[in-house]
Design a protein around this ligand. Sequence first.
Ligand SMILES: NC(=O)c1ccc[n+]([C@@H]2O[C@H](COP(=O)([O-])OP(=O)(O)OC[C@H]3O[C@@H](n4cnc5c(N)ncnc54)[C@H](OP(=O)(O)O)[C@@H]3O)[C@@H](O)[C@H]2O)c1
Length: 437
Amino acid sequence: MAEALRVGIAGLGTVGASVARVLRDKAAELTRQCGRDVVVSAVSARDAKRDRGVDLGAAKWFDDPVKMAQTADIDVFVELIGGDEGAARASVKAALEAGRHVVTANKALLAKHGVALAEIAEKKGVLLNYEAAVAGGIPVIKTMREAMAGNSVTRVFGILNGTCNYILTRMEAEGISFDACLKDAQRLGYAEADPTFDIEGHDTAHKLSILTSLAFGTKIAANDIYMEGISNISQADIRAAGDLGYRIKLLGVAQRTDSGIEQRVHPTMVPTASVIAQVHGVTNAVAIETDILGELLLSGPGAGGNATASAVVGDIADIAKSRPGFQHGPVFGLPAKELRPYKKAQMRSHAGGYFIRLTVHDRIGVFAAIAKRMADNDISLESIVQHAAGPETDAQKTVILVTHETTEAAVRKAVDGITKDGHLTDKPQVIRIERAG
Ligand SMILES: NC(=O)c1ccc[n+]([C@@H]2O[C@H](COP(=O)([O-])OP(=O)(O)OC[C@H]3O[C@@H](n4cnc5c(N)ncnc54)[C@H](OP(=O)(O)O)[C@@H]3O)[C@@H](O)[C@H]2O)c1
């Protein structure tokens, strides 16, 4: 039997401790599947005394993950520290430069430095595997890197943040407010004490930037992503969506268009009958649309110690199965040097349907003025409905418009015009509608 694969784990938190546990509990199975033993021979975290709830055996302890990356007797460095700079970046770079394979779950690091790190990995002839960085336990990286040869991707989109999907699911099912839902999610451990990163879309954007690079062979461009979070989604939106046959999801969408590549993260209305609309709670889903395959949807657990560990262990097993001298495939599907510069499509040119909810003064002529602003901007309406905003607000009405395909620029101009006309009593709400099978 080949020599054991020696693994060093940096970071022994939620994911790191789970990975150590799975490698120990499933040792015999992994040996059978990989044709060699997989052993944890070094570990690093901040607090050497903390009980991690897992037997780390004879693994050597390192206070400094960079030192572990450079000097430990390991073949694979597993980075589960987190963060786009500091110890995570320094240790991954050190491990690759020392010619060691790296496995990471760190989307923030890859979104910012993925291409530079891929260049080092490819130069050194080692693997940089990151299945757990996007959609946790769902094998989407492997699918896009290995199973779609010959396909040209036209669009990739998904529910990539479990916290947001949990909140939107409960808002719809129980009729409760965003704030109440968020508090509950924090109490149950589904949302961080500071939830900004999740609910404002940053986490989704990091993951989307990696999928975009894999889908279109472009350099990662996380800073170019248009981003809107879910904090201004109200019960009025959820109810109106339901009445119109839609459900609201926070989607990350990357799409090839005539003017470049669109990367956007925002609340989105998807048809209630679509498959992605059935993805509830903390579950994630990724849809990949290609010229040959059509639309593929992968869904499953996007976070949590065990689900994430499953993806990390899968990456480690791939390294255990590879043999010395074997040429590894490029990190982002194409060699890092061949990734094209990212050409950004302006959000103003985005084409699609729109849901617009307006709260207006209840007076004669308002409805006609709104319809005129739409017509003046060449926006064709699928529907326009007016009803009372609520029993306590006799003086105002709600107008809900659904447009046929139009552009973001036209919608913004029309809504600006309506706002300037002085008919609105509240901020207008605009939610994009996404085509989904
Ligand atoms: N949690 C999930 O469900 C999930 C899902 C997908 C991807 N991820 C990604 O997985 C990574 C780890 O997440 P996590 O939830 O496991 O984080 P976590 O629970 O906060 O664990 C982080 C670990 O890193 C260690 N650490 C921090 N700074 C260090 C340093 N300077 N030197 C050495 N060790 C250091 C900590 O040590 P101490 O324990 O001693 O403080 C801790 O063990 C992140 O990149 C995250 O984005 C997580």
